[in-house]
Write a protein that binds this ligand. Structure first.
Ligand code: MV4
Length: 449
């Protein structure tokens, strides 16, 4: 096992990884930017190193500074958290070259899944159902138009270097296809430095359902059920839950088996998520693989009882998975809300500043409460990074108890000095359609107008 791990991240996820290290008897090294010099996560780590200026490019995205910090502090492994360099194949490769273990899949797998058209083709070959569409990046728009005609409009143009909803364009008829194609190409080129596009049938009113999986270096893989993340605004998830209200045991077992078979086939080692889109008939279609620990992993931890970060560290150290598929059972229901420092009345504009009051709930009606945060009273939220300040997670025996418990937890949450999304969460959790589990990716647009 590793003696010491460097955590190449900040905020709540840095604290989350530090906690796992401590529980495993591993020392942790925290890194920080100038803006994070007084961040609470530094106190919890065994050592801390300043890696550069406040802007992410100068610190949390600075490979050289990060690797030098690992070298100086004699770390054997690096945990990237999520965001920043978590899905950067070049960073994973540099880690290996300098003999650090990158806690995540191999650079080859990150690259394979990072190119979304390639990931799609790879999954077709591995027997995963995908939305009808092109098998490759579109070389010839005229031929792609023929494909669009044959699968039927509307279609969706997606950037192969994109993911997470960035660089997508819906096209509703043949007349606008060529114009849409050019616009989407330019957008992708500007955003990713890669104009490559692929095409899918556009599924209207779908639901975002993702499977958590874990794989070790000995060919074992397990799935840990699904999370539903259809409550999103501008491709930012607001609420996540597990299990999904629309996945039953039979579908879970069928899709879980497809997922574990596919990830074993590509030599995946570590934690990952396979995202699906569910159509109105209840079919699940592959969208993409996220080769990292996700923000919403706590809902899976609450219903399965496994610690995903500890498991990531174990398999990265060449241990086998600590559980078999038979030992993974889903118990009860978990819901997570992401509390952001944003002003919902000003288009969710970031609201950095000093948090004067911060008192999240420790308990709520009928549920266990988990709070993942790096914030405490007096903390100053820097303007340079993501606006998420806290994840509030509840776990109860069933969905309705979890929903009522979350509403109670939100009522007890005391925060002042900044604007937050707490009231938006109350509105979502109290909504009748949400209460019935009857929602899709258009839910937030309808709710917030
Ligand atoms: C889609 C889709 C409809 N049809 N693909 C958005 C995130 C990225 N992983 C893919 N996304 C979508 N892909 C097809 N073929 C609709 C979306 C989508 C979406 C998906 C999940 C959650 C929210 C969404 C909001 C808008 C569009």
């Amino acid at each position: 096992m590793f003696k010491r791990i460097l955590i190449a991240n900040r905020g709540e996820i840095a604290l989350r990884v530090i906690r796992a290290c401590r529980q495993m008897g591993i020392e942790s090294v925290a890194v920080y930017s100038e803006a994070d010099a007084d961040s609470p996560h530094l106190e919890q780590a065994d050592h801390s190193v300043c890696i550069g200026g406040s802007k992410s490019e100068q610190s949390y995205l600075n490979m050289t500074a990060m690797l030098q910090a690992a070298e100086q502090t004699e770390c054997k492994a690096i945990h990237p958290g999520y965001g920043f360099m978590a899905e950067n194949a070049l960073f994973a490769q540099m880690c290996h070259q300098l003999k650090f273990t990158f806690i995540g899949p191999s650079p080859r797998v990150i690259r394979l899944m990072g190119d979304k058209a390639t990931a799609r083709r790879t999954m077709v070959a591995a027997g995963v159902p995908v939305v009808p569409g092109t098998q490759d990046v579109i070389g010839d728009p005229a031929r792609a138009l023929e494909t669009a005609r044959s699968i039927g409009f509307p279609v969706l143009l997606k950037a192969t270097a994109g993911g997470g909803g960035k660089g997508m364009r819906v096209c509703r008829d043949a007349d606008s296809f060529e114009q849409s194609f050019r616009e989407a190409s330019f957008e992708a080129l500007k955003a990713f430095g890669n104009a490559g596009l692929y095409l899918e049938k556009y599924i209207e009113g779908g639901r975002h359902i993702e499977f958590q999986f874990m794989a070790d270096a000995f060919g074992h893989a397990v799935h840990m059920g699904e999370r539903e993340c259809s409550v999103q605004r501008n491709h930012q998830k607001l609420v996540e839950e597990s299990p999904s209200p629309v996945v039953d045991a039979a579908l879970r077992e069928k899709m879980g088996a497809i997922v574990t078979r596919a990830v074993t086939a590509i030599g995946y080692v570590g934690a990952g998520t396979m995202e699906f889109l569910r159509d109105h008939e209840g079919n699940l279609y592959f969208m993409e693989v996220n080769t990292r620990l996700q923000v919403e992993h706590p809902v899976t931890e609450m219903v399965t009882g496994f610690d995903l970060v500890q498991e990531q560290i174990r398999v990265a150290a060449n241990s086998s998975l600590s559980m078999s598929q038979e030992e993974v059972a889903l118990d009860g229901h978990a819901i997570e809300v992401r509390v952001n420092a944003e002003d919902p009345f000003q288009g969710f504009k970031p609201s950095p500043g000093t948090v004067t009051v911060f008192d999240p709930p420790r308990e709520a009606k009928g549920v266990t409460v988990r709070v993942d945060t790096h914030v405490r009273p007096g903390y100053r939220i820097p303007p340079y990074y993501d606006s998420m300040i806290c994840k509030l997670i509840v776990h109860g025996p069933d969905r309705e108890t979890a929903r009522i418990g979350m509403l109670d937890a939100l009522d007890r949450f005391k925060v002042d000095g900044i604007k937050t999304t707490i009231d938006v969460h109350k509105k979502i959790l109290a909504d009748e359609a949400f209460a019935r589990g009857d929602y899709d990716t258009g839910f937030i647009a309808r709710l917030l107008g």
